[in-house]
Write a protein that binds this ligand. Structure first.
Ligand code: PMP
Length: 360
C-alpha cells in the first residue's frame, strides 16, 4: 500500500490513522455484526457515535453551552442561502465582506433571498488583501455581517475577527479546526466537511441559540436551523457515515495531535516552510499580502506558465498529487490542511527546488 502526498483543496487528505480505524471497523462495528453505514440513525449505537462526535468537537473548539452544533447536508453552498433565510425573519439587510470567489457566491445567494450590502471589499486591491477593520461600513439596518475567513481559491485569509454589533456569520469551510477559535465572537459558523472535518456530504453549523427564532416564515423545513436543532440534526436521515468519520477525525485531533494549539503550531510550520521556499526563489511567486496569506491554501505561479504542465506531471511522478490551481485562476495551489503532514511539505519544497534547478 502506498499513500501519496495529497494537496487537494477538497475533498482533501484524511489522516491515515482515521482511515485505518474506519477500515478496522468497516464490516463489523464493535462486534455488532454490521457496518456503521448500515445502522439506523435512531439506533443506540449510532446515537452514541453522533453524541461522542459532537462532544469531542465541543471540547476541541471550547464551544460555549449556548451554541448548538448541527450536522447537516447540502455543503457550504447551501449555507449561502440558509443564512439569509434563518437570520432575516425580523427584516434588515444582509451585510457581506467580499474577499473572493466563495464570498461572491454567498452574496449572490443572499440577493436571491433579500438585498445585500457590501460592507467592505477587496476588489480594489485585486483580492490580495482583506479590508482593514476600519474600512468595514455596515448599512444602518444590517441584520448580520457575513465573511469568508479563508478564501480557498485565492489563498486569502483574515488576520482578525471583525468586531460588529450585529451577529457575525463566518464561512470557515477551509480554516475550521486549523487553530483554536473564540466561538463566542460569532453568531453562526459553518463549514463543508471535506477539508478539515471529514469526507464530503456533511456540513457543520455552529449557531448561537438566541438566533434560532429569526427564520423567515417561508424558510423550507429542511433549511430551518431551529427545526434541525430541535431534532438533533435528525429531522430526516443525516449523513451517518460522514458524521461517524468526522468523529474519528475529531478523536485524531484530540488524541494523536493533542488539540488545536498543537495543530496550530504544526500548521504554522508547514505554511512557513512553503512560503519561505516560494519567497526565497526567483522562480515561484505568491501574490497575497503577507499578513493575509492563507495557511491552508497556498496558490503560487511559476515564472513561466509554459512549464505548468511539466511541473504537474513531474510532481505527480514524485508522489505529489493535486497541485493544479483552481481552473478560474490557473497556476498551482498546495492545500496544507490538518491531515497533510509536515513531511509532505518538505517533499514539496524539495521537489520545487529541484524543478527550479532543472528548468529555472
Ligand atoms: N466556501 C468555501 C470557503 C469553500 O472553500 C467551498 C468549497 N471549496 C465552499 C464554500 C463550497 O462548499 P461545498 O462544496 O461544500 O458547497
Amino acid at each position: 500500500m502506498t499513500r501519496l502526498y495529497n494537496f487537494c483543496a477538497g475533498p482533501a487528505a484524511l489522516p491515515t490513522p482515521v482511515l485505518q480505524r474506519a477500515q478496522e471497523e468497516l464490516l463489523d462495528y464493535h462486534g455488532r455484526g454490521l457496518s456503521v453505514m448500515e445502522m439506523s440513525h435512531r439506533s443506540a449505537d449510532f446515537t452514541a457515535i453522533a453524541e461522542a462526535a459532537e462532544a469531542t468537537l465541543r471540547e476541541l473548539l471550547a464551544i460555549p453551552d449556548n451554541y448548538r452544533v448541527l450536522f447537516l447536508q447540502g455543503g457550504a453552498s447551501s449555507q449561502f442561502a440558509m443564512v439569509p433565510y434563518n437570520l432575516l425573519g425580523r427584516g434588515g439587510t444582509p451585510n457581506y465582506l467580499y474577499t473572493g470567489i466563495w464570498g461572491k457566491k454567498a452574496i449572490a445567494e443572499a440577493r436571491h433571498v433579500a438585498g445585500a450590502h457590501i460592507a467592505a471589499s477587496s476588489e480594489d486591491n485585486g483580492l490580495r488583501e482583506v479590508p482593514r477593520p476600519e474600512a468595514i461600513a455596515l448599512s444602518s439596518d444590517a441584520a448580520y455581517l457575513h465573511y469568508t475567513d479563508n478564501e480557498t481559491i485565492g489563498g486569502l485569509a483574515f488576520d482578525y475577527i471583525p468586531e460588529v454589533e450585529v451577529p457575525l456569520v463566518c464561512d470557515m469551510s477551509s480554516s475550521i479546526l486549523s487553530a483554536p477559535l473564540d466561538v463566542s465572537r460569532f453568531g453562526v459558523i459553518y463549514a463543508g466537511a471535506q477539508k478539515n472535518i471529514g469526507p464530503a456530504g456533511l456540513t457543520l453549523v455552529i449557531v448561537r441559540d438566541d438566533l434560532l427564532d429569526r427564520a423567515r416564515p417561508d424558510t423550507p423545513t429542511m433549511f430551518n436551523y431551529r427545526v434541525m436543532a430541535e431534532h438533533g440534526s435528525m429531522y430526516n436521515t443525516p449523513p451517518t457515515y460522514a458524521w461517524y468519520l468526522a468523529g474519528l477525525v475529531f478523536d485524531w485531533l484530540k488524541q494523536d495531535i493533542g488539540g488545536l494549539e498543537a495543530m496550530d503550531a504544526i500548521n504554522a510550520r508547514k505554511a512557513e516552510t512553503l512560503y519561505g521556499a516560494i519567497d526565497a526563489s526567483g522562480f515561484y511567486s505568491n501574490p497575497i499580502a503577507p499578513r493575509n496569506r492563507s495557511r491552508m491554501n497556498v496558490p503560487f505561479v511559476l515564472a513561466d506558465d509554459a512549464l505548468n504542465g511539466d511541473f504537474l506531471r513531474e510532481a505527480e511522478t514524485a508522489g505529489l498529487l493535486n497541485l493544479k490551481g483552481h481552473r478560474s485562476v490557473g497556476g498551482m495551489r498546495a492545500s496544507l490542511y490538518n491531515a497533510v503532514p509536515e513531511a509532505a511539505v518538505e517533499a514539496l519544497v524539495d521537489f520545487m527546488a529541484d524543478f527550479e534547478r532543472r528548468h529555472g
